[in-house]
Write a protein that binds this ligand. Structure first.
Ligand code: 8YV
Length: 323
């Protein structure tokens, strides 16, 4: 029997490359001289796509009539139109769970860097300024602070768990309250008003675009710290730069940006912003675990017709397929 054909639009993690090559016929589209010609010629064979960041919309899906599954690398899949996929009978999978701890660690690290100005203090030492005097005391402390989590899912819970060990009180805002002991706020504005630290963990996409705007930042207040390890699109970056420049909030720690890898130029000049190049899950073991889950989703689909970790928008389709 011939092996299923997997389209890979762009380069992926080594675990995905070797795992898919072992079990499937892989089209490495980024290496093609004429990708459009390859797509047109092979469209009828392509039953799966493995992707790590290529935008996949209805028009792209329409070019692949035999497609059954899109296996995406990463927990966030805001670049994939999962509703359009479900409408076309295409299941989408992501890689939840395996990166929760890594991303939560990054979130806490970023919070410490931001509140205690650790990266700025290190720059001070490296610049040779220490002999001239001690690094200035920071205004912020984490002691006795409250953290508001926007989007209490698996990663949010892992962050809450860690923050509690630091003595931080937890509150959250989701569309619906969860069965947890943390204080629930029905609106983001109420949450921002009540807390010292606003931690963004909510998925990206149109629904959450610029949810954190000038009004929310004002509510967070002059001692407030914003941390974003989710998606840059959730924050109005121009409003954030303005809020930081005018001390409307104290500081911000950002691992994600609206137009990665470009960073809003105003943010680059601000001393009260800590900026990381989207390293939330970026360790070799965690990225390999994510890659393995991409391969396992494809294998499970082709061997048993059951995707391991379908996204929420694919749930009805998976139920229907499994009778
Ligand atoms: C990765 C992420 O940076 O999983 C996600 O949604 O944002 C990160 O873990 C990303 O998937 C890399 O492509």
């Amino acid at each position: 029997m011939s092996r299923p054909t997997v389209l890979m639009p762009g380069p992926m993690n080594e675990t995905v490359l070797t795992g898919t090559a072992e079990h499937f016929d892989v089209i490495r589209l980024w290496e093609a001289d004429d990708p459009d010609a390859v797509l047109a010629e092979r469209a009828k064979d392509i039953t799966a796509v493995a992707t790590g960041g290529t935008a996949i919309d209805g028009a792209f899906l329409d070019r692949l009539p035999a497609l059954r599954i899109v296996a995406s690398f990463g927990v966030g899949y805001d670049k994939i139109d999962a509703v359009a996929a479900a409408e076309r009978g295409v299941v989408v999978t992501n890689t939840p769970g395996v990166l929760d701890d890594e991303v939560a660690d990054t979130a806490l690290g970023l919070l410490l860097m931001t509140a205690r100005e650790l990266s700025r203090a290190e720059r001070y030492l490296r610049a040779g300024s220490w002999p001239d005097g001690a690094y200035p005391l920071t205004k912020a402390t984490l002691n006795g602070r409250t953290m508001g989590i926007l989007g209490l899912g698996r990663i949010g819970e892992a962050i809450a768990h860690r923050a509690q060990a630091f003595g931080i009180d937890i509150a959250y805002h989701n569309r619906h309250p969860k069965n947890v002991a943390y204080t629930y706020y029905t609106t983001l504005l109420e949450l921002a008003t009540a807390v010292d630290i606003l931690m963004i963990v909510i998925p990206g996409g149109e629904e959450t675009r610029h949810l954190v705007n000038a009004e929310v930042l004002k509510a967070l207040g002059p001692d407030g710290i914003l941390i974003n390890i989710a998606r840059g699109t959730v924050v109005d970056e121009a409003a954030l730069a303005e809020a930081l420049a005018t001390n409307t909030i104290l500081s911000a720690g950002l691992d994600v940006f609206e137009h990665e890898p470009q960073v809003h130029p105003a943010l680059l000049d601000l001393p009260n912003a800590v900026l990381l190049p989207h390293v939330g899950s970026a360790t070799i073991p965690t990225r390999n675990a994510m890659g393995q889950l991409v391969v396992d989703n494809l294998r499970s689909w082709f061997d048993n017709g059951v995707p391991l970790t379908p996204v929420q928008e694919s749930a009805d389709l998976v139920r229907k397929l499994n009778g």
